[in-house]
Design a protein around this ligand. Structure first.
Ligand code: NAP
Length: 295
């Protein structure tokens, strides 16, 4: 293996430790940053993600809560809950964990979240501000990837970035951030999707290749430009009877072959995932600071 492993766990720990002074400062003023996660239904992966977010917030001295609702919850019931959360003075930010059950219109629910409490950065107002280059809350996974690159000493300006996947949570906002006129952007970005012709040819041009399709081990070493940086966002469960759980997690990259050719690569797990959580904590602290500095 030739690629350097980008240690998302270590960089996320560094970001969390930088936040502790800001949390202490808020606490000196009598304010404990508080976040909530709304969890609808019983998707096991969502329960794990929400649990990790809560545990991380608690360990950092913030307050947190998980608000669970059954899968049959109606849109109107969630609307009432969201309006309550918007009105609560003690709650600085919250997320509605995705995916939601099929009968719920996720976009319409996100639209109801107070943009000042939208710590996932999914509200159209926050997406618009990001797109125009005046960011407030950035979506956690793309923002975490920018931090991973910058803190790993990987130059972004002037590079060719290719992103596989145009989802609203990862690929599309990632394309916006990296193409902004900014020292953490200024990349020339190609956004690929399921209708892209010759994905491999695009991949081979990439100085920075970001994988966000959710297709296990589908990107192989022969698709990589030698020395490229590969950021693997995919989290996929594949059956593995040799593990106690009967499955293991893999990314969208075929790690053994890609790491032979790439210059740097994020592992799965331990790459992008911890950064997503760290950026959620960062957005919560920012929300608490902004709300408590208002006259
Ligand atoms: P998504 O919204 O479903 O988007 C998937 C994208 O991949 C779509 O744009 C789709 O194209 C594209 N795609 C699918 N098959 C393709 C193919 N054969 N060739 C080219 N493009 C293809 O998914 P997401 O929410 O962005 O998540 C993507 C992955 O990232 C998942 O594995 C998810 O678990 C993971 N994830 C990880 C984190 C983290 O913190 N590490 C956070 C969020 C998501 P179309 O648009 O044409 O359908």
């Amino acid at each position: 293996m030739s690629a350097k492993i980008i240690d998302g766990k270590a960089i996320a720990a560094q970001i969390r430790s930088e936040l502790t002074e800001r949390i202490s400062e808020l606490k000196r003023k009598g304010i404990t940053p508080r976040l909530a996660a709304v969890l609808v239904g019983d998707d096991p992966a969502s329960a794990v993600y929400v649990g990790t977010k809560k545990k991380t917030a608690d360990a950092m001295g913030m307050a947190s809560e998980v608000i669970e609702r059954p899968a049959r919850t109606s849109f109107a019931e969630l609307e009432t809950l969201i309006r309550e959360l918007n009105a609560r003075k003690d709650l600085h930010g919250y997320i509605v964990q995705s995916p939601l059950p099929d009968h719920l219109d996720e976009a319409a629910l996100v639209d109801l979240i107070d943009p000042a409490k939208d710590i996932d950065g999914f509200h159209p107002e926050n997406v618009g501000a990001m797109t125009l280059g005046f960011p407030r809350f950035l979506p956690c996974t793309p923002a975490g990837i920018v931090e991973l690159l910058v803190r790993s000493g990987i130059k972004i300006p002037g590079t060719e970035t290719v992103i596989l996947g145009r989802g609203n949570i990862v690929g599309r906002p990632m394309s916006i951030l990296l193409s902004l006129k900014s020292p953490k952007g200024d990349s020339t970005v190609t956004l690929c999707h399921s209708r892209t012709r010759d994905l491999a040819a695009h991949c081979r041009r990439a100085d920075i290749l970001i994988l966000a399709m959710g297709r296990p081990e589908s990107v192989t070493g022969d698709m990589i430009k030698p020395g490229a940086t590969v950021i693997d966002v995919g989290i996929n469960r594949v059956d593995d009877s040799s593990t106690p759980k009967g499955y293991r997690l893999v990314g969208d990259a075929h790690f053994p072959s890609v790491s032979e050719v790439a210059g740097a690569i994020t592992p799965v797990p331990g790459g992008v995932g911890p950064m997503t959580v760290a950026m959620l904590m960062s957005n919560t602290v920012m929300a608490a600071e902004a709300q408590t500095s208002r006259p």
